[in-house]
Design a protein around this ligand. Structure first.
Ligand code: NAG
Length: 212
């Protein structure tokens, strides 16, 4: 006999199983891109807090201390403390007992007065007005005050006794009466010493104890 003709193509066989993953390759070398262009400037930051004021070294210096040379000074006018202990820049006048403020600023004044023989009524004056006063009994007392004042350039400050019967202001070999003052700080740091400063001449007249 003869061999028969070829049969039809068989059906597609079943799908094979998934193969195992391949081995990870070696890491490549890093790339070499060029540097990018500079970015735009950032916005300005918020304003910082105000700093502490810097150190102010006053260009004006003014301070004095003076003591009484003669007991029982004339009343109703500035007491001249004639023995100058210290008088930096000479704003205190020992001839008439008047201190003249060289600049606008804050000042400190004090008096420490020995009292003997009579009582003492005394005051610290600022431009003809008593700012503080002291009254003491008769014998061996101390009259004292300290005040802080805001003064304008050219203002006057002095110590004044009320009248002749209340004038126990005393000085002796074992007892001093003093008047002192100083500029604590000027209103403005940039005030130059002596600028626009011309000392007014203090009127040579009696000044009532109470002032206006
Ligand atoms: C000082 O103070 C007075 C007011 O008390 C003012 O008129 C004057 O301008 C001040 N002077 C200076 C130099 O600041």
């Amino acid at each position: 006999g003869y061999p028969g003709v070829s049969g039809p193509k068989g059906d597609l066989g079943p799908k094979g199983m998934k193969g195992d993953p391949g081995v990870v390759g070696e890491r490549g070398l890093p790339g070499q891109g060029t540097t990018g262009a500079t970015g735009p400037k950032g916005d300005q930051g918020d304003m910082g807090m105000t700093g502490m004021p810097g150190p102010c070294s006053p260009t004006v210096q003014s301070t004095f201390s003076a003591a009484l040379l003669t007991s029982f000074p004339q009343p109703s006018r500035p007491v001249p403390f004639k023995r100058v202990i210290y008088n930096l820049n000479l704003h205190y006048n020992p001839d008439n007992g008047v201190y003249t403020a060289p600049v606008n600023g804050t000042y400190v004044f004090s008096y420490h007065l020995q009292v003997s023989t009579r009582m003492l009524k005394v005051g610290l004056f600022h431009n003809f007005e008593a700012v503080v006063r002291t009254t003491t009994p008769v014998e061996m007392n101390t009259a004292s005050q300290q005040v802080v004042l805001s003064l304008s350039q050219g203002d006057w400050v002095w110590v004044q006794v009320k009248d002749i019967t209340t004038n126990g202001m005393y000085t002796g070999s074992e007892a001093s009466s003093t008047f002192s003052g100083f500029l604590l700080y000027p209103d403005r740091c940039d005030d130059m010493f002596g600028r626009d400063y011309t000392e007014k001449s203090f009127p040579d007249q009696d000044i009532p104890f109470g002032g206006p």
